[in-house]
Design a protein around this ligand. Structure first.
Ligand SMILES: Cc1cc2nc3c(=O)[nH]c(=O)nc-3n(C[C@H](O)[C@H](O)[C@H](O)COP(=O)(O)O)c2cc1C
Length: 277
């Protein structure tokens, strides 16, 4: 059982930013408490979810805003151990995918609009563009985040799995996706295993991401150094591999191999039915 002690508003902000860069307390409520308490969880009990949890999460997801109400996303809900195991393999052997009782694969899905166009005898001229793919990927992300918040509000834990994009064609084959539908990420949902809930992971100071009226990177390096220290402390406390944020960024963007095949995403998406013009 993971006991989460309620925090005061100020403590939530300090947990998220560290005491040195914590912003002032503004309007507050339980929803904001919940948002600031978010942490990804990478260890799950096998316990099943309460009845109709999936349908509740999908209703929350479908309540998100969606570009032009086109609703260009879908989910494949995966509970079969053999399918979860394959998804885990595609995602670089992330064991939590096999542990969690519910694994959701979020799709950018233009296939439904293509079918409508076909049935209605309309040439789908606007579909093959990068813009339309972006609409679908943004829609999927907004919907998924609503599901994450709904899950966390029910005492469940989650972690996104972007590593499904290591091999979107294998995902498409396994899930029988039609052309024009591709996985943008997965999501583990379940009850956190004992000891699997980390402390809240600190974020960059607000001054780094919030630009007032005009963009400015003044002071960014000093703030980054302070954040490096905060993230190193988090990493020492919660993770086996210790790293600063700068080290993490360098490892991720400094070597093409860190993309794990995702550098081929454009041709892959084209083969999956997204011309990306
Ligand atoms: C689109 C997306 C893809 C992600 N993919 C993975 C993943 O494949 N494996 C993983 O363990 N975490 C993944 N994460 C979780 C991030 O690592 C995590 O959100 C980040 O480190 C911040 O930690 P927090 O969520 O606990 O605050 C992903 C997050 C997002 C938003």
């Amino acid at each position: 059982m993971n006991i989460v002690t309620p925090l005061a508003d100020r403590d939530h902000l300090t947990a998220r930013y560290g005491s040195a860069s914590s912003p002032p307390v503004g309007p507050w409520n339980e929803t904001i408490d919940l948002l600031l308490s978010h942490r990804s969880v990478r260890g799950y009990r096998h316990d099943p979810l309460p009845g109709n949890t999936l349908e509740t999460l999908v209703a929350a997801a479908q309540s998100a805003a969606t570009s032009s109400n086109l609703q260009t996303w879908s989910i494949v809900s995966v509970t079969e151990p053999v399918t979860k195991s394959l998804m885990a393999k595609i995602a670089g052997n992330q064991g939590h995918i096999e542990q969690c009782p519910l694994f959701l694969v979020w799709l950018a899905d233009l296939s439904r609009l293509a079918r409508l166009a076909h049935e209605e005898g309309v040439a789908p001229e606007g579909l093959p563009y990068l813009e339309t793919f972006l609409v679908a990927a943004i829609d999927a992300a907004l919907a998924a985040q609503n599901a994450v918040i709904a899950a966390e509000s029910l005492g469940l834990s989650t972690v996104y799995i972007g590593a499904l994009r290591n091999d979107p064609e294998a995902v498409a084959r396994q899930l029988a996706l039609p052309a024009g539908a591709a996985a943008v990420f997965g999501l583990c949902v379940g009850y956190a295993a004992e000891g699997a809930v980390a402390t809240v992971k600190p974020r960059l100071p607000q001054e780094t991401v919030l630009h007032r009226e005009r963009y400015s990177s003044d002071g960014e390096k000093q703030r980054r150094e302070a954040y490096d220290a905060a993230l190193a402390a988090f990493s020492r406390q919660n993770e086996t591999a210790h790293y600063t944020w700068s080290e993490r960024v360098k490892a991720r963007i400094g070597k093409l191999s860190a993309l794990n095949g995702r550098e081929r995403l454009k041709p892959t998406l084209r083969r999956l039915g997204f011309p990306l013009r």
